[in-house]
Design a protein around this ligand. Structure first.
Ligand SMILES: [Zn+2]
Length: 120
C-alpha cells in the first residue's frame, strides 16, 4: 500500500502539522527541483546566503518530519498530507473525500447522505 502526497483541503488543522513558509517553499524549489546553486538562489530570493541556508535547512527538517511522523504540511493555509489518509468515494453522487487512516469507516456521504460509500 502506498501513500501519496496530495492536496487535501478537507482535513482540519492538527497541532502537529508543520507549516512551510513561502520562503521555505521557494528555497526547496530552487535548491531541490531547479538545482540552483546556493549563491544564485540566495540572490534570487534577495536574502543573504546565511539566511538562505537557514531557510533551506528548516524546510528540509519540516519535510523530513512530515514524512517520518506522518504529519500534514501546511502550505499557504492548505494542508497537504504526506501519509495516513484513506480516500473514500460515494457510489451514488461520486463525491470523493479523504479521512485519516484508522478513522471510523464513513457511514454516509457528506454531500448526499447516501450510505453507498466505498474505499477509492
Ligand atoms: Zn454522495
Amino acid at each position: 500500500m502506498s501513500s501519496y502526497l496530495k492536496a487535501n483541503a478537507g482535513v482540519a488543522d492538527n497541532p502537529g502539522d508543520v507549516e512551510l513558509t513561502n520562503e521555505e517553499l521557494e528555497a526547496l524549489l530552487l535548491s531541490d527541483l531547479q538545482c540552483v546553486f546556493p549563491g544564485p538562489a540566495a540572490e534570487k530570493m534577495r536574502v543573504s546566503s546565511e539566511t538562505y541556508d537557514q531557510t533551506l535547512g528548516s524546510a528540509h527538517r519540516k519535510v523530513a518530519e512530515a514524512i517520518w511522523k506522518g504529519r500534514a504540511v501546511k502550505i499557504n493555509g492548505d494542508s497537504h498530507r504526506f501519509a495516513g489518509l484513506e480516500t473514500y468515494r460515494c457510489g451514488y453522487c461520486g463525491r470523493i473525500w479523504r479521512l485519516p487512516r484508522g478513522a471510523d469507516y464513513p457511514g454516509e456521504c457528506p454531500r448526499c447522505g447516501s450510505g453507498y460509500v466505498c474505499r477509492h
